[in-house]
Design a protein around this ligand. Structure first.
Ligand code: NAP
Ligand code: GLV
Length: 310
């Protein structure tokens, strides 16, 4: 069994290689080298790999993605049709996503920003009690991560709805399916959470036309990909008063360029693509087990349906 590992830096690669070699002592593990020879790998473990990897390594049968989103991998022009692509499923990301959304919603709905300002002003002033009916949350994408967010927020008694392609059902969550139900889903939502994969169908889905259908004083939490959002539409919706604010973790260009208006907008909070970080131990456990199952010829979960893009 030969594994080639390609990631965003030599030090990242070296850590992943060491951990994979420790988890799979029967495997030979090679780091990707720009000017190295082909190593005849049958398995790749990758995050944003160079296109040249798939040109040089002609024996690959399967590529394991070190993240949930496979959009950048599927964009590679020379990705062979017969290489099976497997995405990461949860591996500790689902809890992180739930924390991220809970942090934002609880902070907004329980006036914690205002209490911080009151403390600075030396004022003791209880604010209005929470009315959870005023905080309907809508989650776009009810997959592994969206389901975790939906269950966490329903567990805190917020009204929660989820929108997906197939309209998968979830206890305690109102579910909507397909484009025809999008207007109804948006019209009942005040906090919109995006956890869709980036595909030709979902690119630019967060735009003036959709965001203006949300309830007044709405909030956007974008955790999917930067290209889901038409960035230039957001400040106007907030400044015009229809939206109250946004928290964005992903951007069309990352790192977010200096001088981008999101850096300084008073109602937009940003984080540097860390909403759910790939956790090394959990990830190596999951990929290691799937590699062994795949090599035994067993069916594994998380195989990407190329024609749907996720
Ligand atoms: P997943 O399990 O594949 O779930 C995707 C969900 O999106 C499914 O419910 C799917 O519907 C729905 N969907 C896909 N295309 C749709 C469309 N055209 N219309 C309506 N619904 C659609 O993916 P996941 O593991 O939850 O991850 C979701 C995304 O999160 C990733 O692709 C990645 O971009 C992002 N992510 C971000 C971070 C971060 O740190 N910011 C970390 C990890 C992942 P069906 O249920 O009907 O198939
Ligand atoms: C991170 O963005 C991921 O897709 O796992």
């Amino acid at each position: 069994m030969k594994i080639i590992c390609a990631s965003t830096s030599a030090s990242e690669q070296s850590t992943w290689c060491d951990m994979l070699a420790a988890a799979l002592p029967q495997a030979q593990v090679f780091p990707w080298l720009d000017d190295g020879p082909a190593c005849g790998a049958d398995i790749a473990v990758v995050w944003h790999p160079p296109a040249a990897l798939f040109e040089r390594e002609r024996d690959l049968r399967v590529a394991f993605n070190l993240g949930a989103g496979v959009d950048s991998l599927l964009k590679l022009p020379n990705l062979p049709d017969d290489v099976v692509i497997v995405r990461l499923e949860d591996a500790g990301m689902a809890a992180q996503m739930a924390e991220y959304v809970a942090h934002y919603v609880v902070r907004a709905s329980r006036h914690f920003d205002e209490y911080e300002a009151l403390q600075k002003a030396g004022r003791w002033q209880p604010l209005a009690e929470i009315d959870r009916r005023q905080w309907p949350i809508g989650i776009m994408g009810l997959g592994v991560l969206g389901t975790s967010v939906a269950q966490a927020m329903a567990g805190l008694s917020y009204p929660v709805a989820g929108w997906s392609r197939s309209g998968r059902r979830l206890e305690g969550v109102q579910t909507f399916a397909g484009l025809e139900s999008l207007p109804d889903f948006l019209a009942r939502t005040r906090v919109l959470v995006n956890l869709l994969p980036l595909t030709p169908d979902t690119e630019g889905i967060l735009c003036r036309a959709t965001l203006s259908q949300l309830l007044p004083e709405s909030h956007l939490i974008n955790l999917g990909r930067g290209a889901h959002l038409v960035e230039e539409d957001l400040p106007g919706l907030i400044d015009g008063g229809h939206m109250a604010g946004a928290m964005l973790d992903v951007f069309r260009v990352e790192p977010l360029p200096a001088g981008h208006p999101f850096w300084t907008h008073p109602r937009i909070k940003i984080t540097p693509h860390v909403a759910a970080i790939t956790l090394r131990r959990e990830t190596v456990e999951q990929i290691g087990a799937k590699i062994l199952a795949f090599m035994r010829g067993e069916t594994i979960s998380g195989v990407v349906a190329r024609e749907r893009g996720y």
